[in-house]
Design a binder for this molecule. Structure first.
Ligand SMILES: Cc1ncc(C[n+]2csc(CCOP(=O)(O)OP(=O)(O)O)c2C)c(N)n1
Length: 563
């Protein structure tokens, strides 16, 4: 290992705490850590050059493995480049252990190269930041480091999931090595996870609210696939007064769920809106994509709103929160299920009727729809085999996905913590590398794809990822949301029209490339892409920006007028 006792202590403590994956960015100041992580048998190290991409890659791995992943960089602006992924991890509550090497503090702001003030550098987006001394040698200092690492690791992994930062100044010389002192076993501690149960009196009060409500809406946001969650929500959905609304990223499915929210609620008249909005809203999971359901619920202001979330239960997205339930959804819903009684209501029936009507109209529209982004998504979701794990870039990709039957996806994920376009590809690459037996497909717009092209700048072999790039000549989202079309600056400054393709990039990084420009080959090409295409294939589908917005507008009109 490095001959620095402080560095040895940090690396050995992280090993003892259970860390396995370390993503390493190049540099010199972090060399003592590079040496120590790489030579320690407990770690799998991946080298990624671009720090922004590396941190998203680590996020994708942590997401997939459901355990902390560390990302390490040298001092200076390298550390700042971790920031976008740290913010994403913060809002998605994904455990990232951020390790930044630093120069000795006495040299901050004294004209030394690659030296910036790294203390609290991520202060708004981090669960906790620690300063550790890589040059530490005394027993007390070494104990202090192991204590901070234990606390931070468990914070990230369990008690307040998310990113935790350790900034570690080390002085020169930095390349010395030594046999680690076996007697120097860091004394770490573990935090015991507590199973939370709602007190009986409370759950009875809540069950009472449930039973008195003729209209109960369960709205499930982004959640990793969870069979137990699916099962308990299916059980609750059998109650007549319950409607369950989900999105592609909820990753739970059932015939009785309303899985295409916007399809059902766009253009609701006042009477229907009143009938369909709940008396009791129960939310669980992370981000909700649909802006329309947020607006409807805010306007409706349900009598009760319970937000069931281990860490963000007090988030009052719908301006109507009455109970913040700070627990995991599965035990809560299981407990609730034991207390609630059926009551007669036509609420579920009304939602099912609406859903079926819109489903028919949707199918009719799809049968005659012209070649466009809409048609591409329709064909993707009609062709995909059930074994594929999707990563969906922001922004029109994740929105189109909500309009189609996504029940066949093995899983769907999107960086909806900050909704950035800066790391979708790197996240997908990280997830794919973490689960080599699964098949992944990233669907991305052209701008998001080019933004994060350094995701492919890795020597590690990617074996289970393909990419669909929807090239609509710029930020297509700005043609399908209201507003940008009212200003002259749209094309140049907002949509940022562009003509580049992904072809040269594919060649540059040794990926296969397929292009599709017309409808005739769409179905067959997608079938081939999903089933036959070898991995590391980029399929670029070119669509017309004007046509895309026109078709989507027609779709909403069709759903409304044909009622
Ligand atoms: C880092 C970052 N910068 C800017 C934005 C604003 N933004 C949201 S979507 C988008 C355009 C995305 O275009 P593209 O990837 O082509 O996808 P499309 O909308 O065409 O599906 C932009 C610039 C953002 N979300 N994140």
């Amino acid at each position: 290992m490095s001959d620095k006792k402080g560095v040895q202590q940090i690396v050995m403590a992280l090993a003892a705490l259970g860390l396995k994956e370390v993503v390493i960015c190049p540099g010199s100041r972090n060399a003592p850590f590079v040496i120590s992580f790489n030579r320690h048998p407990g770690f799998h190290c991946t080298s990624i050059r671009d720090e922004r991409s590396a941190a998203f890659f680590a996020l994708g791995k942590a997401l997939e493995l459901n355990q902390p992943v560390a990302v390490l960089c040298t001092s200076g602006s390298a550390a700042l480049n971790f920031a976008p992924a740290i913010a994403e991890a913060y809002y998605q509550r994904i455990p990232l252990i951020v390790l930044t090497a630093d120069r000795p503090k006495i040299w901050t702001d004294q004209g030394d190269g690659q030296t910036i003030n790294q203390t609290d550098i991520y202060k708004n987006y981090i669960r906790k930041s620690y300063e550790l001394n890589g040059d530490a040698t005394t027993e007390n200092d070494l104990w202090y480091m192991a204590r901070c690492l234990s606390e931070g690791y468990h914070l990230a992994a369990c008690s307040d999931k998310g990113p935790v930062h350790f900034n570690i100044p080390v002085s020169e010389p930095i390349y010395g090595t030594a046999i680690a002192d076996k007697k120097q076993t860091p004394r770490i501690f573990r935090e015991i996870e507590i199973e939370k149960r709602i007190p009986e009196k409370e759950i009875e009060r809540m069950a009472q609210q449930f039973s008195e409500s003729k209209k109960v809406m369960l709205l499930i946001g982004q959640h990793r696939p969870d069979k137990k969650l699916q099962k308990v929500i299916q059980q609750i959905s059998k109650f007549e007064n319950v409607a369950v609304l989900t999105e592609s990223t909820s990753n739970i499915h059932d015939e009785s769920f309303v899985e295409n929210i916007d399809r059902c609620i766009t253009h609701l008249n006042e009477k229907d809106a009143e009938e369909l909005m709940p008396d009791l809203l129960i939310t669980a999971g992370g981000a909700i994509v649909s802006k329309r359901i947020k607006k409807l619920l805010r306007d409706a202001s349900p009598k009760y709103h319970w937000n069931v979330h281990e860490g963000d239960s007090t988030m009052d997205t719908y301006q109507s929160l009455t109970s913040a339930v700070a627990t995991e959804p599965v035990p809560f819903f299981q407990q609730l299920l034991n207390h609630i009684k059926p009551r007669s209501s036509d609420y579920n029936g009304k939602w099912q009727q609406l859903k079926n009507e819109k489903e028919k109209l949707h199918q009719q529209f799809c049968e005659q729809v012209a070649f466009s982004d809409f048609k591409v998504f329709h064909t993707i979701f009609n062709t995909l085999p059930s074994s594929i794990h999707f990563h969906l870039a922001n922004s029109s990709v994740i929105r189109y996905t909500q309009l189609f039957d996504h029940s066949k996806t093995a899983s769907a994920w999107s960086n909806r913590g900050t909704c950035g376009i800066d790391g979708s590809t790197s996240t997908a690459v990280g997830a794919a590398m973490a689960s080599p037996k699964k098949k992944f497909v990233l669907i991305s717009g052209d701008i998001a794809f080019h933004y994060d092209k350094n995701a492919f700048w890795t020597e590690s072999e990617i074996k289970n990822l393909n990419v669909v790039v929807i090239n609509n000549g710029g930020g297509g989202i700005f043609r399908i949301i209201p507003g940008p079309d009212t200003i002259a600056e749209r094309e140049k400054f907002i949509e940022t029209e562009m003509t580049a393709s992904a072809e040269h990039l594919a060649v540059h990084y040794g990926w296969n490339y397929m292009a599709l420009k017309e409808e005739t080959q769409l179905k067959n090409t997608l079938k081939e892409f999903f089933t036959v295409a070898t991995t590391k294939t980029i399929l670029e589908i070119f669509t017309d920006a004007n046509q895309n917005s026109f078709v989507l507008e027609q779709y909403w009109k069709f759903l409304k007028e044909k009622k």
